[in-house]
Ligand binder design. Structure first.
Ligand SMILES: Nc1ncnc2c1ncn2[C@@H]1O[C@H](COP(=O)(O)OP(=O)(O)O)[C@@H](O)[C@H]1O
Ligand SMILES: N[C@@H](CC(=O)OP(=O)(O)O)C(=O)O
Length: 453
């Protein structure tokens, strides 16, 4: 049995729905289908999830919501009309959105989550209806019915361990099961969404719960490439990578697969296959627990912006027991997580995602660092990017790091920090954000010879 997830680009309009149906029906093993909300139909289009966020904000701010509401309904109408589905489905969608607004209008967090989730929820109903129209037995299964029980953190749900037992029962059901991605239900019965891009997470949870033979993740590219295809022409395709490599690359900017979507499948060693809805014959990329390390030591180069570094200096810091703990406790007190902590004998840096330091948090953290840690100096370095060189084979190969530093220096990219060694599969370089693309280019060309396809 296979679990198949289709991303927003695969379900952007009726034509895409037909491709999805063909793919599912071409293989009887494709039993559980997880869907995203309709994505962009062209580069200037807006994803349905973003239209729903606008709708929620209009309601929260007390503005007229009619335009935002009709834009959402319009996206579904486009699909219903092209597929000639029952138009009654559209009134149901509009009624459902209005009910959510009425129920949650005084609770902004819940309203936002419930509206965001409705993009996937309604799309799953349309997908099931389309299979039925084609004469196939298919059922819409809500995350509630499937057993996707999650923590109660709006926009940041995490699966609860007890969900998996309930999910295993899906195997015994007849027909194709269409489950909306991106959200679950808390124990209190609230709709709670995963982070953005979270339908990948639903697919992985369902694959793990049903012990699927494979989790197929259909998107709009033939494979995962060694570098973001929007940055480099003719990037190298990856045929097979490990969970660990993918986790590092997804975390560092390979948006093709959500970094949090690996954990459920890793435990059960279920392979993930990333494939193209628009070109299903292409082999795709397999993400697996082990692979042969023959060939290039580096498999991919990724980068992500939006970081800052808090740099502290204090003479004899290395002798001060509990210094690091105290620093991290200050961050914890403000609910701030950290990404890396490069350190020396008299200095320590903490690298954070900068969006976390809003609403006075930065000032409070710096104040506490100055007063409670008695540091000689504390500086905030902004607009940083983390560039990641990833590959399981790197640590058995001499000269991988020197190739990177030589390439960056030749390109004129100043390395602000290096973190090598704490992970066995990656090497991290901190650079100015405006040099990130240049850094990725130079590293890619150092490790790979671009092939014109
Ligand atoms: N290394 C990479 N390999 C392939 N695609 C990548 C990579 N890095 C970023 N991407 C982007 O990820 C996109 C697919 O992810 P996403 O837009 O979330 O798809 P979906 O709509 O299927 O969820 C690709 O179109 C591509 O632009
Ligand atoms: N629709 C949600 C969840 C998702 O995973 O979407 P996509 O499969 O289009 O990345 C979002 O935009 O965040």
């Amino acid at each position: 049995m296979k679990v198949v997830k289709f991303g927003g680009s695969s379900l952007a309009n009726g034509t895409q729905f037909k491709k999805v149906a063909n793919i599912v029906l071409a293989d009887k093993q494709r039993k559980v289908v997880v869907v995203s909300a309709p994505g962009k139909r062209n580069t200037d289009d807006i994803k349905t999830t973003d239209l729903l966020i606008t709708l929620a904000n209009e309601v929260i701010q007390g503005n007229n919501k009619e335009n935002a509401l009709s834009q959402v309904v319009e996206r579904f109408a486009d699909i219903v009309e092209e597929l000639n589905l029952d138009r009654g489905l559209l009134s149901e969608i509009e009624g459902h959105l209005k009910d959510l607004i009425a129920s949650y209008k005084d609770d902004p967090d819940r309203l936002l989550d419930a509206l965001k989730a409705s993009g996937e929820n309604q799309n799953a109903k349309l997908m099931a209806a389309f299979f039925n129209q084609l004469g196939e037995e298919a059922h819409y299964v809500s995350p509630d019915e499937a057993g996707i029980i999650v923590t109660d953190e709006p926009g940041n749900a995490r699966i609860l361990p007890e969900a998996y037992e309930e999910l295993s029962k899906l195997r015994d059901r007849s027909g194709i099961l269409v489950i909306p991605g991106f959200f679950g239900y808390s124990k209190m019965g609230h709709i709670v969404t995963f982070p953005r891009g979270g339908s990948d997470i639903t697919g992985s949870i369902v694959a793990a719960g049903t012990e699927a033979e494979v989790y197929e993740n259909f998107t709009d590219v033939d494979s995962i490439y060694s570098v973001n295809p929007n940055l480099v022409e003719y990037p190298k395709e990856m045929k097979e990578i490990t969970y660990r490599e993918m986790r590092e690359l997804a975390y560092s900017g390979f948006s093709v697969f959500h970094d949090e979507a690996l954990q459920p499948v890793v435990k059960k060693k279920i392979p993930v296959c990333v494939k193209n809805t628009n070109h299903p014959e292409a082999e795709g990329t397999r993400i697996v627990s082990d692979r042969s390390h023959e060939g290039l030591p580096v498999v991919g180069i990724a980068s992500d912006k939006g970081f800052l570094s808090i740099n502290l200096t204090k003479y004899l810091m290395n002798r001060e027991v509990g210094f690091g703990r105290h620093l991290l406790e200050i961050l914890e007190g403000e609910g701030v997580s950290f990404e890396h902590t490069p350190s020396g004998i008299d200095n320590m840096s903490v690298i954070l995602r900068d969006h976390q330091l809003k609403n006075g948090k930065e000032e409070r953290i710096l104040h506490r660092i100055r007063t409670e840690l008695s540091v000689e100096d504390v500086q905030v370095e902004r607009d940083l990017a983390m560039v990641m060189v990833v590959g399981e084979g790197m640590y058995q190969t001499v000269g991988v790091a020197s190739m990177a530093t030589a390439a960056l220096s030749e390109a004129g990219v100043n390395i602000k920090m290096i973190n090598q060694g704490s992970s066995e599969v990656s090497m991290m370089f901190g650079v100015d954000a405006d040099k990130a693309d240049l850094a990725v280019h130079s590293l890619y060309h150092a490790y790979f010879t671009p092939v014109k396809q």
